[in-house]
Design a protein around this ligand. Sequence first.
Ligand code: PZK
Length: 300
Amino acid sequence: MSSILTTTDLPGIQRVASGKVRDVYAVHDDKLGELLLIVATDRISAFDCILPQGIPGKGRLLTQMSLFWFDFLRGIVPNHLVTADVNAYPAPLHDFRDRLEGRSMLVRRCRMEPVECVARGYISGSGWKDYKRTGAICGIPLPAGLRESDPLPEPIFTPATKAETGHDENISFEAAAHIVGRQTAEVLRDLTLRIYTAASLHAESRGIVLADTKFEFGWHEGVLLLADEVLTPDSSRFWPRDEYLPGRAQKSFDKQFVRDYLEILDWDKKPPAPPLPEDVIEKTAAKYREAYTRLTGNAI
Ligand code: PZK
């Protein structure tokens, strides 16, 4: 039995970043050099707010999903994972075993490329907004007459940058090439599309439509590594295949119960977010377990 974790604090270990869900610590190893420890908490966000309660098992399931995909993709791209075995972590981390087991990974500290590498196979979210306004996404012209959630003629690379608002801003391939260099931009695009194609084939065979996903890459000792989390519901749009119906927005695989509940309240969607009822928390936890078992074929 492991308890719900919404904040991490590892006394004596330097925290270097916190996201909506994960916290990142800097760790040094005499043999392996500069590493990061990524800890996935059970936090959940909705409408851009972190909710006051955690979802039991969420951090562990997200971590195990990333680990599954790193292994699944190892013939396509090397990745930043060193180990997720707490016994193999540097000794100072052993004190925190209870908080780290199953939900953390030790990774190489990379020089990150400052573009978000998004692949889209379906038209949704900001892509749908941009298409309605311009007929294109990230400068890629698309056929007329697409409906919301339709499949694209082929998967596309739609890079983005982190904007001041914290929201990503879609940019053209040309703009990405200006930021990272043309040759790197071409490598990022080709890797992103190869990874997306392999992963979406697998996901669709397991009843999950992988509508789109975001990758981050970084350099370590001259090698470009797949970093961050990969192909989780937090970095991707997963749609249940049996409920997929183009012409409207799709139900979220994981957060639909949370959104439905928050929509019936008269909450202004500004922090603090209201508490969730216990049954919404439990039904959401079950969706993360379902995503993991469907994708991996493993019991949890
Ligand atoms: C790195 N982020 C994003 C923010 C998170 C993650 N291997 C790496 N080397 C250097 N930097 C990063 C990584 C990775 N992954 C990723 N920030 C830094 C981020 C907040 C929480 F978990």
